[in-house]
Design a binder for this molecule. Structure first.
Ligand SMILES: [Zn+2]
Length: 156
């Protein structure tokens, strides 16, 4: 039996939560409730766009507040709810985007968890995996969590 190897690959929480053109942060449109996305706009701004109703909003990207342990965190810029959020065995399971969801999936699926030294951050306890809540790391919750992750994937 081969074990899935899981490497953190320096997936730092700040990197994964920061929107890029390839991996926008997916949020709930405040006007129509559809999926909308937050992408960087130039060096110092972010823009939220909804393709369903045409809603757009722009904000400076320096005014960001984000709480990692929040049960229902927002995008951090606009304060909009995350699109990828669901209830899982009494807890809130959420992700910023598909990349983040895939990270969670590979983490939960992995039998062997291997920590690698992050070039940039060193043995920091702020790496994404070490910030995951206990219930997400518990083997007995594995099947329920994977089910919830698959449900969220089907929303994108
Ligand atoms: Zn909309």
């Amino acid at each position: 039996m081969t074990k899935n190897r899981f490497k953190e690959n320096g997936a730092h929480r700040f990197t994964i939560s920061k929107p890029t053109d390839e991996e926008p942060v997916l949020v709930v449109c405040p006007r129509c409730g559809s999926q909308s996305s937050v992408v960087p706009l130039g060096e110092n701004s972010v823009r939220c766009t909804c393709f369903s109703c045409g809603y757009t909003s722009t904000k400076p990207s320096n005014g960001r507040s984000f709480y990692w342990y929040d049960e229902n965190p927002t995008d951090g810029y606009f304060g909009f709810n995350l699109w990828l959020q669901t209830n899982c065995i009494g807890h809130s399971l959420w992700a910023f985007n598909l990349k983040h969801l895939q990270f969670l999936e590979s983490y939960v699926e992995a039998n062997l968890r291997e920590r690698t030294k992050d070039e940039k951050w060193g043995w920091s306890n702020s790496s994404l995996a070490s910030r995951l809540p206990k219930w997400l790391k518990s083997a007995k919750n594995r099947d329920s969590i994977l089910k919830a992750i698959h449900e969220l994937k089907s929303k994108v």
